[in-house]
Ligand binder design. Structure first.
Ligand code: NIG
Ligand code: FE
Length: 418
C-alpha cells in the first residue's frame, strides 16, 4: 500500500476537538481550507494546510493524490444498521402506502417476523453475498465503519449464522463492522404464547454464550409496543451488561415506553430512534452520556411526520448522532448523505451539526473514537471526498451520490472518475 500525500482538499473537515460533541460544539468541524493529509500505511501521519504538509519530511516519498478541489471529511460512521437480511419487503411498502400501518402489517405476520422466516431458510452464503454487495454501496456513499445487528434469526442457529457472516465480512472486506446481538428484536413466533420463556432463554443462555464466545460487543433490545416491555428490556440489557456486552436500545419509536430513561439507568452506549420522547426525557438525556442516535430514514420511509426532536436534544446538551438504520422494514437506505439531507430538512439540524453527528459522535457511541470519526495524526486513514463546492452541499443535494472517493485504512475503496 503506498503512502499518500492527499492535496486538493478545498475544504478539509478534520472534526478534531472534544469528544463527544454536545450543544454548540456539535457545529465545530475543524475546517481547513486548501488542506492536505499525509498517510503512512493505514494511519494518518499529518493533517493541516497544504503548504505545511507538503514540507513534511515524509511528503516527498509519498504518492501524490490531488483531489482537485473537493470537500474531504472523515468516513461516515453508521452506528445503527441491520445489515444482514435476505430480501426486501417492498410488498409491505406498497401496502403501507395504500393505508395499512407498520404495526397492522406486523400483527398480521409480516414485518420483522416475515424477514425472520426468510432469514432462517436462507444460506449463510446467500446472506453474505447480499450483505457484501450492500457494503460496497455503503463504501460508495462514504461510510467506512458500521455497526450491524443480528435479530432476524431469533433461534440460536440463525442468530449465530448472522453474527458469523458479520465476522467473516469484517475480516474479508475493507469496511470495519462492529457487532451487536439483537436476539431481543421481537418475540419469535414459536414463543408468542410464552414471551417470558424467550426472555429467560436470552438472559440465561444466549447472552452469556454470545459474550463468552466473543460473537458481539453490544447487546440491543427493541423496547416498544408489539416488541419487548420495559421490564423485559431491563432484564435483557442487565444480563448483557453483567457479561460485558454494552447496552444499546431501540427506544421510543412507536410508543413512549420509558426506554430512554432505562438507557440512562443502565448507562447504555446509545438510545436509538427517540421519536416519542417528551421534554423530561430530553432533559435527562442531555445530562447523560448516552448517545442519542436519530434515524430519520424511518419516518421518511414510513411516511410519518413526527421526527425525533433533534433541536431540543442539541439545545439540552445531548450527544446527538445520525444513522441509516439500514433494514428492509423501516429504512431501506444505506446512504448517509441522504440521512444528512433528512436531518437538515426535517429535523432542522445544520449541515455542520449533521456532519459531526455522522462521524465523531457515532464513533464515540461505538467506543471507537480513538481510531475513527476525525482526521487527526495517529488515527485510521478513513475518509470520504465529495464533489461539491462546500460541505453544506452534502445534505443540500439529495437523491444523488456525490461521494467521489472513499479511503479506508489508507486503501482507496471507491473512486469515481470526474
Ligand atoms: O430499527 N424497530 C425495530 N427494528 C427496525 C425495523 C426492523 C424491521 O422492520 O425489519 C428499526 O426500525
Ligand atoms: Fe433498528
Amino acid at each position: 500500500m503506498p503512502d499518500w500525500l492527499i492535496t486538493g482538499c478545498s475544504e478539509l473537515l478534520t472534526l478534531r476537538g472534544p469528544v463527544p460533541r454536545r450543544g454548540r460544539g456539535l457545529s465545530e468541524l475543524g475546517l481547513i481550507r486548501d488542506g492536505a493529509i499525509l498517510v503512512h500505511g493505514d494511519r494518518i501521519t499529518a493533517v493541516g494546510p497544504r503548504r505545511r504538509i507538503e514540507r513534511h519530511k515524509d511528503a516527498r516519498r509519498a504518492e501524490k493524490l490531488d483531489l482537485g478541489g473537493r470537500v474531504v471529511l472523515p468516513g461516515f460512521v453508521d452506528a445503527h444498521t441491520h445489515l444482514v437480511f435476505p430480501e426486501s419487503r417492498a410488498t409491505e411498502y406498497e401496502l403501507r402506502n395504500a393505508g395499512k400501518s407498520y404495526e397492522q402489517i406486523a400483527r398480521a405476520g409480516g414485518g420483522i417476523r416475515s424477514t425472520v422466516k426468510h432469514t432462517r431458510s436462507a444460506s449463510a452464503k446467500a446472506l453474505k453475498d447480499r450483505a457484501r454487495a450492500n457494503l460496497r454501496e455503503f463504501a460508495r456513499h462514504g461510510t467506512t465503519t458500521l455497526e450491524a445487528k443480528s435479530g432476524y434469526g431469533l433461534d440460536w442457529k440463525s442468530e449465530v449464522k448472522i453474527l458469523d457472516v458479520l465476522d467473516q465480512l469484517h475480516q474479508q472486506q475493507p469496511l470495519d463492522i462492529v457487532r451487536t446481538f439483537l436476539g431481543a428484536h421481537v418475540v419469535p413466533h414459536e414463543y408468542r404464547k410464552k414471551p417470558d420463556a424467550y426472555v429467560d432463554l436470552l438472559v440465561k443462555k444466549w447472552i452469556p454464550t454470545v459474550a463468552t464466545a466473543g460473537l458481539a460487543e453490544f447487546c440491543d433490545v427493541y423496547c416498544d409496543r408489539g416488541a419487548f416491555s420495559l421490564a423485559q428490556s431491563r432484564r435483557i440489557l442487565s444480563a448483557g451488561r453483567a457479561c460485558g456486552l454494552v447496552p444499546r436500545i431501540h427506544a421510543e419509536q412507536l410508543a413512549r415506553t420509558g426506554a430512554a430513561r432505562l438507557a440512562i439507568e443502565l448507562q447504555a452506549a446509545s438510545a436509538d430512534h427517540l421519536e416519542k420522547i417528551d421534554p423530561g426525557d430530553v432533559r435527562a438525556l442531555g445530562l447523560s452520556n448516552v448517545v442519542c442516535i436519530l434515524l430519520p430514514g424511518c419516518c421518511f420511509h414510513l411516511g410519518l411526520h413526527k421526527f425525533a426532536p433533534a433541536r431540543e436534544l442539541i439545545a439540552d446538551g445531548a450527544i446527538v448522532a445520525l444513522a441509516t438504520d439500514f433494514n428492509p422494514g423501516t429504512s431501506p437506505t444505506l446512504s448517509m448523505p441522504m440521512i444528512l439531507s433528512l436531518a437538515c430538512a426535517q429535523m432542522r439540524m445544520t449541515p455542520a451539526e449533521a456532519i459531526a453527528a455522522a462521524t465523531i459522535n457515532p464513533a464515540y457511541s461505538l467506543r471507537l473514537h480513538d481510531r475513527v470519526g476525525s482526521l487527526e495524526a495517529g488515527k485510521n486513514a478513513d475518509m470520504a471526498a465529495f464533489d461539491v463546492a462546500s460541505y453544506r452541499e452534502i445534505p443540500y443535494y439529495f437523491g444523488v451520490n456525490l461521494c467521489s472517493l472513499t479511503m479506508k485504512r489508507g486503501a482507496i475503496v471507491h473512486s469515481k472518475k470526474r
